[in-house]
Design a protein around this ligand. Sequence first.
Ligand SMILES: [Zn+2]
Length: 92
Amino acid sequence: MEVDAMKEMFSRSEKLLDIKHVNYIGDDLTTYYGLAIRRHPESACKMKDAIWATFYHKCSTGKDPQHSKCPEGADSWCKWRVAEARKRIGFI
Ligand SMILES: [Zn+2]
């Protein structure tokens, strides 16, 4: 489902049915996609980027790391990016 359509559906249900979506029940990706959406309520583009970052992060393996779309830095939710940042500044 497109992020724009999902956001519109959620906002419409709030207006029409007074239902607010606050929790997502489902597999890991559903949970992480929910987090990506809630972390970027101001921008559908940022939601989309965060969802793709999660997708590639979850597809990543030790032999084929795919963390280029994950947020950089020691504060990242991506442990690979945290390790990268710490290594860069000399903690590892
Ligand atoms: Zn990652």
